[in-house]
Design a protein around this ligand. Structure first.
Ligand SMILES: [Zn+2]
Length: 357
Protein backbone atom coordinates (compact mmCIF):
# COMPACT_ATOMS: atom_id res chain seq x y z
CA UNK A 1 0.00 0.00 0.00
CA UNK A 2 1.24 3.47 -0.80
CA UNK A 3 2.72 5.41 2.09
CA UNK A 4 0.91 8.77 2.18
CA UNK A 5 3.85 10.63 3.77
CA UNK A 6 6.30 9.35 1.18
CA UNK A 7 3.85 10.20 -1.59
CA UNK A 8 3.41 13.71 -0.17
CA UNK A 9 7.20 14.20 -0.21
CA UNK A 10 7.42 12.76 -3.73
CA UNK A 11 4.66 14.99 -5.05
CA UNK A 12 6.04 18.13 -3.41
CA UNK A 13 9.71 17.60 -4.35
CA UNK A 14 9.03 16.62 -7.94
CA UNK A 15 6.90 19.76 -8.44
CA UNK A 16 8.68 22.60 -10.21
CA UNK A 17 8.89 25.92 -8.40
CA UNK A 18 11.87 28.23 -8.45
CA UNK A 19 11.67 31.67 -6.75
CA UNK A 20 8.93 33.76 -8.35
CA UNK A 21 7.59 30.78 -10.32
CA UNK A 22 5.97 28.74 -7.55
CA UNK A 23 2.63 28.25 -9.39
CA UNK A 24 2.84 24.48 -9.81
CA UNK A 25 3.88 23.74 -6.24
CA UNK A 26 1.38 26.29 -4.94
CA UNK A 27 -1.44 24.34 -6.65
CA UNK A 28 -0.35 21.16 -4.86
CA UNK A 29 -0.06 22.96 -1.51
CA UNK A 30 -3.53 24.45 -1.88
CA UNK A 31 -4.95 21.00 -2.65
CA UNK A 32 -3.45 19.62 0.59
CA UNK A 33 -4.45 22.67 2.66
CA UNK A 34 -8.06 22.47 1.41
CA UNK A 35 -9.33 20.12 4.13
CA UNK A 36 -7.09 21.55 6.86
CA UNK A 37 -8.31 25.13 7.27
CA UNK A 38 -9.24 28.39 5.65
CA UNK A 39 -6.92 29.27 2.77
CA UNK A 40 -5.74 32.75 1.79
CA UNK A 41 -2.79 34.15 -0.13
CA UNK A 42 -0.51 37.16 0.18
CA UNK A 43 0.02 39.28 -2.92
CA UNK A 44 3.32 37.71 -3.98
CA UNK A 45 1.97 34.19 -3.72
CA UNK A 46 2.59 32.74 -0.24
CA UNK A 47 -0.29 30.45 0.78
CA UNK A 48 -1.74 30.66 4.28
CA UNK A 49 -3.86 27.94 5.91
CA UNK A 50 -5.68 29.03 9.07
CA UNK A 51 -6.48 26.10 11.37
CA UNK A 52 -8.67 27.11 14.29
CA UNK A 53 -8.19 25.54 17.69
CA UNK A 54 -10.08 26.10 20.90
CA UNK A 55 -8.76 29.67 21.32
CA UNK A 56 -8.23 32.53 18.89
CA UNK A 57 -4.96 33.53 20.58
CA UNK A 58 -2.09 32.92 20.53
CA UNK A 59 -1.62 33.00 16.77
CA UNK A 60 1.08 30.49 15.86
CA UNK A 61 2.79 30.84 12.47
CA UNK A 62 4.43 27.82 10.86
CA UNK A 63 6.56 28.71 7.84
CA UNK A 64 8.11 26.50 5.20
CA UNK A 65 9.23 27.81 1.81
CA UNK A 66 7.81 26.48 -1.45
CA UNK A 67 10.54 27.74 -3.73
CA UNK A 68 13.60 25.71 -4.72
CA UNK A 69 16.89 26.90 -6.18
CA UNK A 70 16.98 27.04 -9.97
CA UNK A 71 17.86 29.29 -12.88
CA UNK A 72 16.36 31.71 -15.35
CA UNK A 73 17.06 31.96 -19.08
CA UNK A 74 19.23 35.06 -19.59
CA UNK A 75 20.52 35.03 -23.15
CA UNK A 76 20.45 32.78 -26.20
CA UNK A 77 23.58 32.68 -28.38
CA UNK A 78 23.29 32.70 -32.16
CA UNK A 79 24.62 29.13 -32.14
CA UNK A 80 21.66 28.05 -29.98
CA UNK A 81 23.11 27.83 -26.47
CA UNK A 82 21.46 29.32 -23.41
CA UNK A 83 23.17 31.44 -20.76
CA UNK A 84 21.42 31.42 -17.41
CA UNK A 85 21.00 33.39 -14.17
CA UNK A 86 21.06 31.44 -10.90
CA UNK A 87 18.08 31.93 -8.57
CA UNK A 88 19.36 30.98 -5.14
CA UNK A 89 22.78 29.86 -3.94
CA UNK A 90 24.19 27.10 -6.16
CA UNK A 91 27.45 25.27 -5.58
CA UNK A 92 28.94 25.61 -9.09
CA UNK A 93 30.62 22.21 -8.92
CA UNK A 94 27.29 20.35 -8.89
CA UNK A 95 26.00 22.00 -12.06
CA UNK A 96 27.94 20.42 -14.92
CA UNK A 97 26.23 17.53 -16.62
CA UNK A 98 22.91 18.16 -14.83
CA UNK A 99 19.68 17.84 -16.74
CA UNK A 100 17.25 20.74 -16.52
CA UNK A 101 13.73 21.55 -17.63
CA UNK A 102 12.88 24.95 -19.10
CA UNK A 103 9.23 25.86 -18.57
CA UNK A 104 8.24 27.81 -21.66
CA UNK A 105 4.89 29.16 -22.75
CA UNK A 106 4.76 26.26 -25.23
CA UNK A 107 5.56 23.61 -22.63
CA UNK A 108 8.60 21.92 -21.13
CA UNK A 109 11.96 21.84 -22.92
CA UNK A 110 14.70 19.52 -21.60
CA UNK A 111 18.38 20.41 -21.70
CA UNK A 112 21.72 19.77 -20.03
CA UNK A 113 24.23 22.13 -18.42
CA UNK A 114 27.48 21.96 -20.37
CA UNK A 115 30.88 23.56 -20.70
CA UNK A 116 33.94 23.16 -22.86
CA UNK A 117 34.93 19.45 -22.64
CA UNK A 118 38.09 18.60 -20.67
CA UNK A 119 39.74 17.08 -23.76
CA UNK A 120 39.97 20.53 -25.27
CA UNK A 121 41.25 22.33 -22.17
CA UNK A 122 44.94 23.07 -21.70
CA UNK A 123 46.58 20.93 -18.98
CA UNK A 124 46.69 23.78 -16.43
CA UNK A 125 42.93 24.34 -16.70
CA UNK A 126 41.79 20.72 -16.62
CA UNK A 127 42.07 20.41 -12.85
CA UNK A 128 40.45 23.76 -12.14
CA UNK A 129 36.82 24.34 -11.22
CA UNK A 130 34.78 25.46 -14.21
CA UNK A 131 33.22 28.84 -13.49
CA UNK A 132 29.47 29.18 -13.83
CA UNK A 133 29.86 31.97 -16.38
CA UNK A 134 31.56 29.48 -18.71
CA UNK A 135 28.59 27.12 -18.55
CA UNK A 136 25.53 27.07 -20.78
CA UNK A 137 22.36 25.05 -21.27
CA UNK A 138 22.25 22.88 -24.36
CA UNK A 139 18.80 21.80 -25.61
CA UNK A 140 20.26 20.09 -28.65
CA UNK A 141 19.61 23.02 -30.96
CA UNK A 142 21.97 24.22 -33.69
CA UNK A 143 20.81 27.83 -33.93
CA UNK A 144 19.12 30.62 -32.00
CA UNK A 145 16.07 30.21 -34.25
CA UNK A 146 15.67 26.59 -33.23
CA UNK A 147 15.77 27.53 -29.53
CA UNK A 148 13.13 30.20 -30.09
CA UNK A 149 10.94 27.83 -32.09
CA UNK A 150 11.00 25.47 -29.09
CA UNK A 151 9.42 28.35 -27.16
CA UNK A 152 12.42 29.35 -25.04
CA UNK A 153 12.62 33.05 -24.17
CA UNK A 154 14.63 35.19 -21.76
CA UNK A 155 12.92 35.10 -18.36
CA UNK A 156 11.77 31.48 -18.62
CA UNK A 157 12.36 29.46 -15.42
CA UNK A 158 14.85 26.58 -15.47
CA UNK A 159 14.34 23.75 -12.97
CA UNK A 160 16.61 20.79 -12.15
CA UNK A 161 15.27 17.56 -13.66
CA UNK A 162 15.43 14.95 -10.93
CA UNK A 163 13.01 12.34 -9.66
CA UNK A 164 12.20 11.10 -6.16
CA UNK A 165 13.85 7.78 -5.23
CA UNK A 166 13.34 5.52 -2.19
CA UNK A 167 16.89 4.37 -1.43
CA UNK A 168 18.14 0.86 -0.69
CA UNK A 169 17.75 0.78 3.10
CA UNK A 170 14.07 1.69 2.80
CA UNK A 171 14.48 4.62 5.23
CA UNK A 172 16.18 7.29 3.15
CA UNK A 173 14.84 9.35 0.27
CA UNK A 174 16.71 11.02 -2.60
CA UNK A 175 15.17 13.96 -4.42
CA UNK A 176 15.59 17.57 -5.44
CA UNK A 177 14.00 20.45 -3.49
CA UNK A 178 13.85 18.87 -0.03
CA UNK A 179 14.93 22.44 0.75
CA UNK A 180 12.27 23.34 1.61
CA UNK A 181 9.40 21.15 0.46
CA UNK A 182 10.15 19.17 3.64
CA UNK A 183 9.11 22.26 5.59
CA UNK A 184 5.91 22.54 3.56
CA UNK A 185 5.21 18.82 4.07
CA UNK A 186 5.75 19.19 7.83
CA UNK A 187 3.01 21.83 7.90
CA UNK A 188 0.61 19.50 6.05
CA UNK A 189 1.47 16.46 8.20
CA UNK A 190 1.18 18.32 11.51
CA UNK A 191 -2.12 20.03 10.59
CA UNK A 192 -3.49 16.63 9.54
CA UNK A 193 -2.55 15.21 12.96
CA UNK A 194 -4.15 18.17 14.72
CA UNK A 195 -7.49 17.73 12.98
CA UNK A 196 -8.34 15.10 15.58
CA UNK A 197 -6.45 16.78 18.45
CA UNK A 198 -7.36 19.91 20.34
CA UNK A 199 -4.91 22.83 20.31
CA UNK A 200 -5.29 25.94 22.52
CA UNK A 201 -4.39 28.42 19.75
CA UNK A 202 -4.94 29.30 16.09
CA UNK A 203 -2.35 27.90 13.70
CA UNK A 204 -1.39 29.62 10.46
CA UNK A 205 0.50 27.20 8.23
CA UNK A 206 2.31 29.32 5.64
CA UNK A 207 4.00 28.04 2.48
CA UNK A 208 6.17 31.04 1.64
CA UNK A 209 7.62 32.12 -1.72
CA UNK A 210 11.04 33.47 -2.73
CA UNK A 211 13.00 32.43 0.36
CA UNK A 212 16.07 31.49 -1.66
CA UNK A 213 16.45 35.01 -3.03
CA UNK A 214 16.12 36.76 0.33
CA UNK A 215 13.12 35.68 2.47
CA UNK A 216 10.70 37.80 0.45
CA UNK A 217 7.51 35.75 0.94
CA UNK A 218 8.17 35.53 4.67
CA UNK A 219 8.46 39.32 4.80
CA UNK A 220 4.99 39.80 3.26
CA UNK A 221 3.11 36.82 4.73
CA UNK A 222 4.10 37.61 8.33
CA UNK A 223 2.22 40.91 7.91
CA UNK A 224 -0.88 39.01 6.79
CA UNK A 225 -0.70 36.66 9.79
CA UNK A 226 0.68 39.00 12.49
CA UNK A 227 1.69 36.04 14.69
CA UNK A 228 2.40 35.88 18.45
CA UNK A 229 4.94 33.09 17.99
CA UNK A 230 6.55 31.39 14.98
CA UNK A 231 8.18 28.06 14.15
CA UNK A 232 10.22 27.90 10.95
CA UNK A 233 10.45 24.48 9.32
CA UNK A 234 13.58 23.93 7.28
CA UNK A 235 16.29 21.62 6.08
CA UNK A 236 19.55 21.34 8.01
CA UNK A 237 23.02 20.53 6.70
CA UNK A 238 23.89 16.99 7.79
CA UNK A 239 27.50 16.81 8.92
CA UNK A 240 27.93 13.06 8.51
CA UNK A 241 29.51 13.03 5.04
CA UNK A 242 33.29 12.68 4.57
CA UNK A 243 35.33 15.82 5.17
CA UNK A 244 33.12 17.64 7.69
CA UNK A 245 34.65 18.23 11.13
CA UNK A 246 32.42 17.68 14.19
CA UNK A 247 32.73 21.36 15.12
CA UNK A 248 31.50 22.34 11.64
CA UNK A 249 28.40 20.15 11.97
CA UNK A 250 27.73 17.19 14.20
CA UNK A 251 24.23 16.64 12.85
CA UNK A 252 23.66 13.12 11.56
CA UNK A 253 21.02 11.59 9.34
CA UNK A 254 18.68 9.30 11.26
CA UNK A 255 19.42 10.83 14.68
CA UNK A 256 16.27 12.95 14.83
CA UNK A 257 15.29 16.47 13.77
CA UNK A 258 17.53 19.35 14.75
CA UNK A 259 17.03 22.85 16.08
CA UNK A 260 19.12 25.87 15.13
CA UNK A 261 20.67 27.65 18.08
CA UNK A 262 22.10 30.28 15.73
CA UNK A 263 22.02 31.44 12.13
CA UNK A 264 23.42 34.51 10.42
CA UNK A 265 20.06 36.33 10.52
CA UNK A 266 18.45 35.23 13.75
CA UNK A 267 19.14 34.24 17.32
CA UNK A 268 16.10 32.22 18.38
CA UNK A 269 13.99 33.25 21.36
CA UNK A 270 15.73 31.37 24.16
CA UNK A 271 12.61 30.49 26.17
CA UNK A 272 10.87 29.13 23.07
CA UNK A 273 14.03 27.21 22.17
CA UNK A 274 14.13 25.68 25.65
CA UNK A 275 10.41 24.91 25.46
CA UNK A 276 11.02 22.79 22.35
CA UNK A 277 14.03 21.10 23.96
CA UNK A 278 12.10 20.30 27.16
CA UNK A 279 9.10 18.99 25.20
CA UNK A 280 11.38 16.74 23.12
CA UNK A 281 13.05 15.41 26.25
CA UNK A 282 9.76 14.74 27.97
CA UNK A 283 8.36 12.94 24.91
CA UNK A 284 11.63 11.06 24.39
CA UNK A 285 11.98 12.49 20.90
CA UNK A 286 15.64 12.76 19.80
CA UNK A 287 16.52 16.37 18.99
CA UNK A 288 19.91 17.46 17.62
CA UNK A 289 21.36 20.95 17.96
CA UNK A 290 22.75 22.85 15.01
CA UNK A 291 23.85 26.26 13.68
CA UNK A 292 24.29 28.03 10.34
CA UNK A 293 27.35 30.24 10.55
CA UNK A 294 26.42 31.54 7.11
CA UNK A 295 22.93 31.85 5.70
CA UNK A 296 19.57 32.18 7.35
CA UNK A 297 15.93 31.14 7.09
CA UNK A 298 12.49 32.75 6.79
CA UNK A 299 12.88 33.38 10.53
CA UNK A 300 15.26 36.24 9.69
CA UNK A 301 12.27 38.28 8.48
CA UNK A 302 9.55 36.81 10.67
CA UNK A 303 11.19 37.42 14.06
CA UNK A 304 11.62 41.11 13.22
CA UNK A 305 7.96 41.65 12.34
CA UNK A 306 6.29 44.55 14.15
CA UNK A 307 7.92 44.76 17.60
CA UNK A 308 9.33 41.23 17.35
CA UNK A 309 8.04 37.65 17.29
CA UNK A 310 9.48 34.79 19.39
CA UNK A 311 10.76 32.44 16.70
CA UNK A 312 12.65 29.18 16.46
CA UNK A 313 13.85 26.99 13.55
CA UNK A 314 13.09 23.25 13.57
CA UNK A 315 14.79 21.25 10.82
CA UNK A 316 15.17 17.86 9.18
CA UNK A 317 18.83 17.10 8.35
CA UNK A 318 19.71 16.58 4.67
CA UNK A 319 22.89 15.61 2.88
CA UNK A 320 24.01 17.48 -0.26
CA UNK A 321 21.71 20.47 0.10
CA UNK A 322 21.77 23.13 -2.59
CA UNK A 323 22.36 20.52 -5.25
CA UNK A 324 19.65 18.77 -7.25
CA UNK A 325 20.00 15.53 -5.29
CA UNK A 326 19.77 15.59 -1.52
CA UNK A 327 19.01 12.81 0.94
CA UNK A 328 16.80 12.81 4.04
CA UNK A 329 15.89 10.12 6.57
CA UNK A 330 12.25 9.25 7.09
CA UNK A 331 12.73 8.71 10.83
CA UNK A 332 13.90 12.31 11.24
CA UNK A 333 10.81 13.53 9.41
CA UNK A 334 8.45 11.48 11.55
CA UNK A 335 10.08 12.67 14.78
CA UNK A 336 9.85 16.27 13.56
CA UNK A 337 6.09 15.87 13.01
CA UNK A 338 5.71 14.28 16.44
CA UNK A 339 7.59 17.10 18.18
CA UNK A 340 5.80 19.81 16.23
CA UNK A 341 2.36 18.38 17.02
CA UNK A 342 3.21 18.07 20.71
CA UNK A 343 4.47 21.66 20.85
CA UNK A 344 1.36 22.95 19.03
CA UNK A 345 -0.89 21.12 21.50
CA UNK A 346 0.83 22.96 24.36
CA UNK A 347 1.32 26.51 23.03
CA UNK A 348 -1.38 28.40 24.92
CA UNK A 349 -1.67 32.10 25.74
CA UNK A 350 0.04 31.76 29.10
CA UNK A 351 3.09 29.90 27.80
CA UNK A 352 3.51 32.23 24.81
CA UNK A 353 3.23 35.33 27.03
CA UNK A 354 6.08 33.93 29.07
CA UNK A 355 8.41 33.88 26.02
CA UNK A 356 8.58 37.67 25.98
CA UNK A 357 8.19 38.34 29.70
ZN1 LIG B 1 15.56 26.49 2.76
Amino acid sequence: MADPTMELLRELTEAKGIPGYEGQVRGIVRKHFESLGEISQDKIGSVICKAEGSFEAPKVMLAGHMDEIGFMVKHITKEGFIHFLPLGGWFDQVLLGQRVVINTRQGEVVGVIGAKPPHLLPADQRNKVVQRKEMFIDIGATSKEEVEEAGVRAGDPVIPRADFVLLANGNTYLSKAFDDRVGVALIVSSLEELKSNDHPNTIFGVATVQEEVGVRGATTSVRAVDPDVAIILEIDIAGDVPGIKPEESSVKLGKGPSMLIYDARMIPNIKLRNFLMDTAEEMEIPLQVSYFERGGTDGGAIHLHNTGVPTVVLTVPARHIHSDSSIIHRGDYDYAVQLLVEVLKRLDAEIVAEFTA
